[in-house]
Design a binder for this molecule. Structure first.
Ligand code: NAD
Length: 296
């Protein structure tokens, strides 16, 4: 009975995020054919119940859907062009979960449609723990048909799957969301730094601001001060979490998109400038909330 829900899925890009996501698809009963350039990633995928493909081309053959979770737009473009377009069978669903620029997301979706394939962009909110725990949020850009086919697969890897609109709007949602996140984290960090200079205790400030109009996710779910609020990377020396380098990547994507669209985004631009300096100072591997250290 359960077999009717089982889908043959290729998964390409088994890194920090993709490794856990592919494992969750296998755990949900799908037949997952996995590929990555790293042997270590392939070994982990095999241990998690995935079959291993010798190449992206091999993975793309004879499956109903292909999920990609790759570093950037150039990787998505080359995997799509060199492996998927020529080897995926007619009507295959392509789900790109990587965070990439809107223009590339739209270009690959258009090229896919010309080849008789159905593409959606489905970037995620949530980090490595959410990828492993199957609690990601997916924001999906694509046709109604693409969304209807992608949703049951994405539901096996996440807690929320939302149709944002046409191709590229999933990426637009991702970068607008992370632009808010970068700017509110900086604002939250500088407020804690100022509070300290004004001799206001961090815990007292948290107690007040978390139930006042200064409240935000950056404060109450991810407080940048150790020992204050729920457990967060601040309590672990800013290790793990969401790397400052990835925040910078997302802010750069948002600034490029804003420039192309003629949008005025001064707060986003300031956050990008601050994360450029922070990452350039050798801190890009630290959690992005560690920027509080430089603001103090
Ligand atoms: P990662 O570098 O850990 O993983 C990327 C994987 O892709 C690597 O294992 C690499 O070997 C593989 N790869 C690269 N080119 C390939 C190719 N041509 N064929 C097959 N495999 C290839 O990155 P990650 O942290 O897993 O992030 C993946 C994507 O998710 C990025 O776009 C990132 O911006 C986004 N994202 C990451 C996080 C996070 O917290 N890490 C959160 C949200 C979104």
């Amino acid at each position: 009975m359960q077999e009717s829900n089982m889908t043959a899925i290729a998964f390409i890009g088994l890194g920090n995020m993709g490794g856990g996501m592919a494992a969750n698809l296998a755990k949900a009963g799908h037949a997952v054919k996995a590929f990555d350039l790293s042997q270590d990633a392939l070994d982990k995928a095999r241990a998690a119940g995935c079959a291993i493909a010798d190449s992206a081309t091999e993975a793309a053959k004879d499956v109903e859907a292909i999920v990609t979770m790759l570093p950037a737009g150039k990787h998505v473009q080359s995997v799509y062009q060199e492996s998927l377009f020529a080897h995926a069978r007619d009507g295959t669903l392509l789900i790109d979960c990587s965070t990439i620029d809107v223009a590339t997301a739209r270009a690959v979706a258009e090229a896919a449609a010309e080849k008789g394939l159905v593409a959606v962009d489905a970037p995620v909110s949530g980090g490595i723990a959410a990828a492993e725990g199957g609690t990601l949020t997916f924001m999906v850009g694509g046709s109604d048909e693409g969304f209807a086919r992608a949703a049951p697969i994405l539901e096996d890897m996440g807690k929320a799957v939302i149709h944002a609109g046409t191709n590229g709007t999933g990426q637009a949602a991702k970068m607008c969301n992370n632009m808010i996140l970068g700017a509110t984290m900086v604002a939250t960090c500088e407020a804690f730094a100022l509070a300290e200079k004004l001799e206001l205790d961090a815990q007292k400030f948290y107690d007040i601001a978390s139930v006042s109009s200064g409240q935000s996710w950056s404060m109450t779910s991810y407080c940048p001060v150790p020992g204050v609020g729920p457990q967060s990377p601040a309590d672990k020396g800013f290790e793990g979490g969401f790397a400052a380098g990835l925040m910078l990547k997302d802010l750069r994507l948002a600034m490029d998109a804003a420039e192309n669209a003629g949008a005025h985004v001064p707060m986003g631009a300031k956050a990008r400038e601050l994360y450029e300096a922070f990452a350039g100072d050798g801190k890009k591997r630290l959690d992005f909330s560690a920027i509080i250290e430089t603001l103090k």
